[in-house]
Write a protein that binds this ligand. Sequence first.
Ligand code: DGL
Length: 273
Amino acid sequence: MATQPRVLLFDSGMGGLTVARAVARQLPDAHLVYAADNAAFPYGAWKEQDLVRRIVTVLGRLIDLTRPDAVVIACNTASTIALAELRAAYKVPFVGTVPAIKPAAAQTRSGVIGVLATPGTVSREYTHSLIHTFAYHCKVVLHGAPRLAEIAERKLKGHAIDMEELRAEVAPVFRKRDGRQTDVVVLGCTHYPLLTEDIRKVAPWPVTYIDPAPAIARRTADVVEETPLKGPDADVPAHGTVVLTSARGSASETLAAYGVMGFPLHMVIDLPA
Ligand code: DGL
């Protein structure tokens, strides 16, 4: 039997499950472990230097624990700030998730693009340089939504959504200008595709929403293909394990949500915020 690639997926919380789902489809035989730094969730409000230190430390622990062939940083807030440091610190290949500004610029007809992301991601140099490079000819409306990632987590745990709150979180990316209006919205946080159908309901007009997960899954498959695989290892967490950095996420509603998304097993590593 061919060796299974071992892939570690990482996010601050449950948003990266949208990427994990796409990776599981793309690589059905892969051994997947999902890690959420729930002790530090949400990342969107963290100061840059503290967050980089945090992410590099947590990933060090997770790489020792899971010995992956590839790591997917299924989080825009982490990728836009810490990918270079992670690549410098660890030998394993990393696949990052950054706002899909390039495909949005290719798809827009009106030239007005909305980017919905966390406050951290919209303030990053990395995000601004994506806009300068790929969407310099477009009007790009960036919005750091303060509560959207938390709304998505609550939904996954089975709670009802306050549609008025949701409307207020997304409204700023819908802009009209000189007779043109936003026609593409980039979901620049991996939590947001969990809410796409709800966002459609509160949006003032229909637009195309870009979820980067399928592209990240394809990139992960390419990376795994190019990487010499480590092979079976009885000491690493089993396929389908979710690793949490705090027991705070161990409530049964949280674990049930991970189970529904394909991660029925769980373990907690002690890494307080
Ligand atoms: N899922 C994350 C992202 O893609 C971050 C959410 C948060 O922790 O604020 O940006």
